[in-house]
Ligand binder design. Structure first.
Ligand SMILES: NC(=O)c1ccc[n+]([C@@H]2O[C@H](COP(=O)([O-])OP(=O)(O)OC[C@H]3O[C@@H](n4cnc5c(N)ncnc54)[C@H](OP(=O)(O)O)[C@@H]3O)[C@@H](O)[C@H]2O)c1
Length: 322
């Protein structure tokens, strides 16, 4: 089979497609033939060696979310799964492939009516959006500021927060991303690359600031997002788009009167995360969560996909198609 290998950290060009032996299902495993493969932003940071987290031992095949068809079951795995359409995480790596062996307990049957691409668009980003929303618990009429709102997670988070009855200020770096956020329900959109962006958020909230803010940019934008939270409000940081995560000290939080929601509240346990993925797919099948598959690339062009994400040119979710 073909697989995308990362043998050294560097620019997108270090991602190389190589012929690789097909996986053999071990005890309790099934093999999934992939139809759509998700790319998450952090994978581009890991590839470049700049991720704000421990880096994997090389060589590695990146990717942690696929949708496809079960083509084999190993000893102890339910043979009835063969032929089923499923979505599954792959244990943190190993997803940029034509076939992957995974623990049978991790596969989620894709509900009828949901395609492979939408299923993988919801699998990780949907659970993240549901987890973040659970952690910050938006209430009806509250103002919620969501950064990177035209991305994979962001465009889903807008929808989950709106369903809670809250009002959304979506922030992103381009008109196309803001149009997507608006299409997914945002009440107000703001380009946070513009110098007056914070003033526009103050104005939208009548000078009060937002009740809740969700930051995944870090850097100066993340700081700005935090500063826009009113006293008594909540703030969560769940990503480092700029390369650094927004860290708010206890003193800063107390001085502003803002509760910093810890990330573990969004992802309390592996079982809870699996349950949120199941829920995200069900919500997608019911038409209540609409992933935005902004662009797809053939598996061979994984490097181009990473380059587009790194250049901030993508909209919604980016997929590889084997
Ligand atoms: N995918 C998941 O399941 C998951 C899980 C946990 C945490 N996260 C975090 O959530 C965020 C979104 O993840 P995603 O996979 O859905 O990716 P994404 O939103 O599709 O893409 C990353 C976003 O980061 C922003 N960005 C890019 N370059 C930036 C820069 N130099 N400075 C500031 N912002 C920049 C871009 O938005 P703008 O161009 O509009 O700024 C872009 O939308 C990431 O920070 C990620 O680490 C994701």
């Amino acid at each position: 089979m073909r697989a995308v290998w990362l043998r050294e950290f560097g620019g997108p060009e270090v991602l190389r497609v190589e012929e690789t032996p097909d996986p053999v299902p071990g005890e309790g495993q099934v093999v999934v033939e992939t139809a759509a493969i998700g790319i998450t932003y952090v994978e581009t940071q890991v590839r470049s060696g700049s991720a704000p987290m421990p880096l994997p031992t090389l060589p590695v095949i990146q990717g942690n979310g696929v949708a496809g068809t079960v083509v084999a079951a190993g000893p102890g795995a339910d043979a009835a799964l063969v032929g089923r359409r499923v979505a599954t995480t792959t244990g943190g790596s190993g997803g940029y492939v034509e076939k992957v062996a995974v623990d049978a307990s991790t596969v989620i049957p894709i509900p009828d009516g949901l395609g492979f691409q939408d299923a993988v668009g919801l699998l990780n980003d949907g659970r993240t959006a549901l987890g973040i929303a659970t952690a910050v618990a938006p209430k009806p009429e509250e103002w919620v500021l969501i950064g990177a709102a035209g991305g994979g997670v962001g465009s889903l988070l807008v929808q989950v927060v709106k369903q809670a009855g809250a009002r959304v200020v979506a922030a992103a770096s381009s008109t196309a991303k803001l149009d997507l956020a608006r299409d997914r329900g945002a009440d107000v959109v703001v380009d946070y690359t513009q110098p007056d962006w914070k003033t526009r958020v103050w104005e939208a909230t009548g000078g009060a600031g937002v009740d809740v803010a969700c930051d995944s940019s870090g850097g100066p934008i993340g700081r700005g997002v935090f500063e826009l939270v009113r006293p008594g409000g909540r703030f969560i940081a769940f990503g480092a788009g700029s390369g650094t995560m927004t860290r708010i000290s206890e003193e800063e939080a107390n001085a502003q009167g803002v509760a910093v929601v810890p990330l573990w509240e969004a992802f309390p346990s592996p079982a809870a995360m699996q349950e949120m993925s199941v829920r995200a797919l069900a919500e997608g099948a019911a038409g209540r969560l609409r992933p935005a598959i902004g662009q797809t690339f053939p598996l061979e062009r994984a490097a181009d996909a990473h380059a587009a994400i790194g250049a901030r040119k993508t909209l919604g979710k980016t997929l590889l198609i084997p």
